[in-house]
Design a protein around this ligand. Structure first.
Ligand SMILES: [Zn+2]
Ligand SMILES: [Zn+2]
Length: 421
């Protein structure tokens, strides 16, 4: 409605004062060009160097960016672009090489978000707005390993969405032409203009009703590190345009987001080994499952093609390990059970028992103590089911059925001359 009143006013003004109307249009165009990245001059009053650049040159840049005829004059198609509602992030028609090489992205793939406020001028209920925003996030996670989780109103979140109006304190006030904006990673702020009318309809031809889903997908794109593009197919095009729900992300958008965060899960086969999971730079990285050629299975975290992080391995011989891994080896805290009924819970290093741990044999015998390279070594106690305690000195303290060893009070457990594992 505001746009309509404005258009009518402009037409009337143009009829009565043709000269001042042209000036007005030029001023509107000039402020648009400066605001949205078509001016390389810095308007700071403190600047002593007078910056001059051609209005027509800036217009040419704008016309080139939006795929118009490059006339260098303020013609009707150019005015139409300038009057189309848009995102208020800049367009950067001539990015520097440094800028093109620099990428901003989140350092992790699981991100949280919250909604601080909701649209007012809308038929969309709050519950539906939440759903639409979630679907908008899903568009980006469909094609990447990114995961998004909504958190409570008061929880801290990576991405915070708000409906705000006018000058809302971040130096980027909204006006009747701007719809929304979002800051690049790792800022996470996404603002929608509270004064606009939002709809869930995909067939409202009017620019006075803005589809919330499409705008949200666009702004989340910025929040993930994408910038505006001159590619008219892309959701990252600066001006608002209706798109079909099913075609929201163009192939170019999928390529761009995957350039930042890699593609979603892949299925690959090495010999007869099969991997289903996340990759980065074409190696296993993230979460995934590998079935080795011998049939052993690992499901868990990967780093640079190696088991790293938390994971569970089940071997065809019945051995099962669940715990921490490093550089493809069992390392950290973990529990292992063997087909014969033996069990170990404790510390691992270099793929074997190292550090403190409890080993229980299938017959009930138990050793609780220190290990070195798979052997009982250091301080420990062996308690057998027949009642034999083979450690000559019983630890003094017994707390919550947990043996506490005190070095000063105990002699070293003699090295058992065989490898257990
Ligand atoms: Zn934008
Ligand atoms: Zn803002």
């Amino acid at each position: 409605m505001k746009t309509l009143i404005r258009s009518v006013t402009l037409i009337i003004t143009a009829l009565i004062f043709p000269h001042s109307w042209a000036n007005d249009q030029e001023n509107i165009a000039l402020s648009y060009l400066k605001r949205f990245g078509y001016s390389s001059c810095n308007d700071t009053p403190a600047s002593t160097v007078k910056c001059s650049e051609s209005f027509n040159e800036m217009l040419r840049d704008l016309q080139r960016y939006f795929g118009l005829n490059i006339t260098g004059v303020l013609d009707a198609p150019t005015r139409s672009i300038i009057n189309t509602p848009r995102c208020s992030m800049v367009d950067k028609p001539n990015p520097s090489l440094i800028h093109r090489l620099a990428t901003t992205k989140w350092p992790r793939l699981s991100l949280t978000y919250r909604l601080d406020s909701y649209a007012h001028h809308t038929e969309i209920t709050q519950a539906k707005q939440i759903e639409i925003i979630q679907e908008a996030f899903n568009e980006w996670s469909k094609h990447t390993p990114l995961k998004f989780k909504m958190v409570c109103d008061t929880c801290s979140a990576d991405i915070v969405m708000q409906f705000v109006e006018g000058d809302h304190g971040d130096g980027h006030p909204f006006d009747e032409k701007t719809l929304a904006h979002a800051f690049p990673p790792n800022d996470g702020r996404i603002h929608f203009d509270l004064d606009d009318t939002w709809t869930e309809s995909f067939d409202s031809p009017s620019n006075n009703e803005i589809n919330l889903f499409l705008l949200a997908v666009h702004e989340i794109g910025h929040a993930l590190g994408l910038e505006h593009t001159r590619n008219g197919e892309s959701i990252m095009y600066p001006t608002y345009r209706l798109k079909k729900r099913s075609e929201v992300l163009a192939a170019v958008d999928q390529t761009e987001i995957q350039a930042l965060y890699d593609s979603k899960t892949v299925q690959e086969t090495f010999g007869s080994a099969k991997y289903i999971g996340e990759t980065k730079n074409s190696v296993r990285h993230g979460y995934g499952q590998l079935v080795f050629e011998n049939g052993n299975k690992y499901k868990g975290e990967w780093k640079n093609n190696q088991r790293d992080g938390y994971g569970v391995q089940i071997n065809t011989d019945g051995k099962k390990y669940s715990g921490e891994w490093k550089n493809h080896l069992r390392n950290g805290h973990g529990a292992c059970t063997w087909a014969n009924g033996n069990k170990y819970v404790g510390e691992w290093k270099n793929d074997t028992l190292n550090g403190r741990g409890v080993h229980t044999w299938a017959n009930g015998d138990k050793y609780d103590g220190e290990w070195k390279d798979g052997k009982r070594n250091g301080y420990g106690i062996q308690i057998n089911v027949d009642g034999n305690v083979t450690n000559p000195i019983i630890p003094k303290e017994l707390k919550d059925n947990h043996l506490i060893f005190t070095r000063e009070d105990h002699k070293a457990w003699t090295i058992v001359p065989f490898n257990i594992y």
